[in-house]
Design a protein around this ligand. Structure first.
Ligand code: ZN
Length: 222
């Protein structure tokens, strides 16, 4: 059983916490040894697995972001903590595994984050789509970054690909699947068996990615 995080603190008892994304955190007393923690986790394996399965099939609709220190923001599938800093230029940047947000930008934090994600989406998704299209010998007309809430991607009749900026919060493998999905729509407009066969030939583990989006899609928001 994988332990994602161990937090030692001045507590007397152990606690196992299944995070909203299914990761396992162990809260332990200061002096608890690794062996003790591993034994506890072994004893509780069934409980942990049941809880993880439940969390994954019941994604909570997250509360809107509060933009406070330590709050987590997803980028390429990684949770990145926020740190409010007295000053920063630009107002938001990603540095050493933290988001640094200037205090003066707090009143418009949602807009600042949205713009940041949009920019990254254009770079990351744009580059990856171009790469994969070339690899498959497919040609699209243009690529747009949209604000769609739950529609991760779409393919217009004239060969325009659209991707939601929220997608850049997801792990690279998931982004890749959505790109492949829309690229295949350049050739096959519907979701017929032929379509899914073509997707499977280009992204063999696509079922894993659709399942991920189903379970976690709601978490990709501000
Ligand atoms: Zn589709």
């Amino acid at each position: 059983m994988k332990i994602d995080r161990i937090i030692h603190s001045r507590r007397k008892t152990f606690a196992l916490v299944i995070e909203p994304d299914g990761r396992l955190t162990v809260r332990a007393p200061m002096r608890a040894s690794r062996a003790q923690i591993e034994r506890l986790v072994r004893e509780k394996t069934t409980w942990i697995q049941e809880k993880q399965a439940w969390v994954q099939s019941h994604p909570a609709t997250p509360a809107p972001k509060s933009y406070t220190d330590g709050e987590l923001f997803y980028y390429l599938g990684e949770p990145i903590p926020l740190q409010i800093v007295p000053a920063a230029a630009p107002a938001l940047r990603l540095e050493d595994g933290r988001f640094l947000l200037a205090r003066r930008a707090l009143p418009r934090a949602t807009r600042v984050f949205t713009n940041w994600y949009r920019q990254q989406a254009r770079l990351v998704i744009g580059a990856r789509a171009a790469e994969r299209a070339a690899e498959f010998g497919l040609v699209y007309r243009s690529l747009r970054i949209s604000s769609a809430q739950r529609r991760w991607g779409s393919c217009g009749a004239k060969g325009t690909l659209n991707f939601s900026w929220r997608l850049v919060m997801a792990p690279p493998a998931v982004i890749d699947y959505v790109i492949v999905h829309e690229l295949v729509h350049l050739e096959i407009k519907n979701h017929s068996r032929l379509f899914w066969e073509r997707v499977a030939s280009l992204a063999p583990d696509y079922r894993q990615q659709t399942a991920w989006l189903k379970a976690n899609g709601r978490l990709l928001s501000l």
